[in-house]
Design a protein around this ligand. Structure first.
Ligand SMILES: Nc1ncnc2c1ncn2[C@@H]1O[C@H](COP(=O)(O)OP(=O)(O)OP(=O)(O)O)[C@@H](O)[C@H]1O
Length: 182
């Protein structure tokens, strides 16, 4: 089984990457679902604050790789040649996946701050921030989890400053080439 992980700053296009992969029939394991489920179980609304606090709690109580460890079995359960992990936030998590999946490849999505901010202002998800300060706070929080180190560990870099059509074409080419790998 080949496994790919995607990293990128908030609103860089990780969700779009997953949508494109799903459209090509690739199973996607979403790490954030582990956090969303924990927030739901605690009876809290899935706001940015609650999701962040829960992720911090899981990592503080069980270690920086806690969420990745919870996802390994979910990846192994997939009966596919290629599986995508969505939601990697730190280098400790990258290490977990490299250890369990020898052919693991990490993809970094690179998108400018301005593009990310303008796309966030349009997206308006329940946990979205609508200002530059809000996005900076979110960037800092994620960088604090080791996202900067994870970005440096990437095997492949994809730019997403252009149109969705351009990004879709790049992601599709990449997935097709990964599917051809032994
Ligand atoms: N190339 C693009 N052109 C236009 N809009 C885009 C492009 N890429 C992504 N978007 C839009 O930008 C928003 C942010 O992208 P997306 O949700 O994929 O980011 P993300 O990295 O998953 O974000 P988060 O870290 O907050 O989960 C979405 O509304 C998405 O549809």
């Amino acid at each position: 089984m080949n496994v790919i992980g995607v990293v990128g700053l908030p609103a860089s296009g990780k969700g779009e990457f997953s949508k494109i992969a799903e459209g090509l029939g690739i199973p996607v394991v979403v790490m954030g679902d582990v956090i969303r489920n924990a927030v739901k179980k605690a009876g809290l609304p899935p706001t940015d604050e609650n999701l962040g606090a829960m992720a911090n709690r899981l990592r503080a109580e069980r270690g920086m790789d806690a969420i990745a460890i919870l996802c390994v079995d979910a990846v192994k359960e997939q009966k596919a040649r290629l599986v995508l992990i969505d939601g990697i936030r730190g280098d400790a998590e990258v290490r977990v996946f490299r250890e369990h999946f020898p052919g693991f490849r990490l993809i970094a999505i690179e998108t400018s701050f301005e593009k990310r901010l303008s796309r966030l202002c349009e997206r308006k998800r329940s946990d979205d921030v609508g200002s530059a300060e809000g996005l900076l706070t979110r960037d800092k929080r994620e960088l604090g989890w080791g996202l900067g180190n994870a970005l440096q560990l990437a095997d492949i870099r994809l730019n997403n400053d252009g149109s969705l059509e351009e990004f879709t074409a790049r992601v599709t080419d990449l997935i097709h080439s990964m599917e051809r790998e032994p």
